[in-house]
Ligand binder design. Sequence first.
Ligand SMILES: Cc1cc2nc3c(=O)[nH]c(=O)nc-3n(C[C@H](O)[C@H](O)[C@H](O)COP(=O)(O)OP(=O)(O)OC[C@H]3O[C@@H](n4cnc5c(N)ncnc54)[C@H](O)[C@@H]3O)c2cc1C
Length: 441
Amino acid sequence: MRETVPRVVIVGGGFGGLAAARALKNTPANLILVDRTNHHLFQPLLYQVATSVLSPGQIGSPIRGIVGKQRNTTVILGEVTGVDKDRQCVSVNSADRTDVPIPYDFLILATGVTHSYFGRDEFEKFAPGLKSLADAVAIRNKILQAFEQAEAEEDPTRHRDLLTFVLVGAGPTGVEMAGAIAVLIRNTLKAEFRRITPGSARIVLLDMAPRVLGPFSEELSLAAKERLESLGVEVRLGHGVDQIDADGVVVAGERILSKTVIWTAGVAPSPAGKWLNVGTDRPGRVRIQPDLSVPGHPEIFVVGDTASLDQDGKPLPGVAQVAMQQGRYAGKLIGRRVTGKSAPGPFRYFDKGNMAVVGKGFAVLQIGKVHLSGFIAWLAWAAVHLQFLAQASLRVSVFVQWVWTYLTGQRGSRLIVNHYGAEQSKPVIEAAPVGMTPSSK
Ligand SMILES: Cc1cc2nc3c(=O)[nH]c(=O)nc-3n(C[C@H](O)[C@H](O)[C@H](O)COP(=O)(O)OP(=O)(O)OC[C@H]3O[C@@H](n4cnc5c(N)ncnc54)[C@H](O)[C@@H]3O)c2cc1C
């Protein structure tokens, strides 16, 4: 039976898709929100799961729980595999069915990005990236397992490569991870082992760029580098990685032996551009118009990391704020069209600034002309990140955990979770600690 109100299909329950769904809350339309996972993920804190500060349940919320009270919204767990622009439907694979068509009147694609190994996909096997909760738990397993293996190892000459951690990519994720691993091993683990000295572990942060934290000012990037070095992190810049294999990495002709290499470098957009068969930029992000629609298709919008839009001659960055503001704009625009109101002016991104944490109680912050580093910046970072967690229960749980970890050095989740006999790369995602589980409505 034909629906009496328009149908809006949103693909992706990340920052962009969720903002769009919320903006359409009171619009007379049927919303179908499709995601291949059942949860919205707060990616900026993934590194804290990978380094045992938080547990997975503290940064992921069930999408159904978040929009459950929104009467016009239906959530579908499924993977979109294509878009038929002429028939106006998306194809969805779910648990037991493939290519189920879901028709739309309006479509918002907010499918984000995945890892990119810059054409060296063979690196992936040895250097996992950090994008999902499963990735974060796999990396946590790898880091903690390295200490366990070294403690059990009778031959002390093998300790060195087990206790060397290499991060490839010194953008915000690499810097935050390196700082967090340093704090984990120098504070939390330091007194718990008998045969090895966790504090002697080596952390190496590599990047081909001349400085860490490229998007920040030179002065802040220097402050971050100095802070990392004071935590014992070796920062090696100006050379790309030539090789990554089971024995470690080769950089500038030198082999660094390591059993734990983590990829914190590139990302590639989702295949949205291929589904739509429209113009993309060089990395493959869909080129969109100032109203975020796809050229020639005023009913299709692409937002967030998988979209490409210039503002003042520069491409907008792939950050959560851009995705949220674009999602909100696309939702509002559709709402106005559905209710017969005039279209809003073109989208304009309001930059609220950049922040990155470097170890305990230290962050760098850049908001317009305000450039700060140190404890005050860290407090601002903590306040902003708490505010943007999807549910109140998570805000309380993460705040309590941070205070506890800050005061005691104890972590939220230091479990190595594998199925017996299964590969380490297939982790089981455990629940949040008792009393901290987010409510799923
Ligand atoms: C480790 C890490 C740290 C970060 N730190 C920061 C930070 O400190 N500050 C900041 O501003 N930004 C940060 N970012 C970037 C920020 O997370 C992204 O810019 C933001 O998530 C983009 O939002 P999005 O809606 O475009 O995509 P996402 O939030 O990635 O959401 C995409 C959604 O689409 C779903 N999806 C994808 N493909 C399909 C499909 N085929 N079918 C169905 N569903 C699909 C996914 O499951 C996901 O839920 C970080 C990212 C990472 C990975």
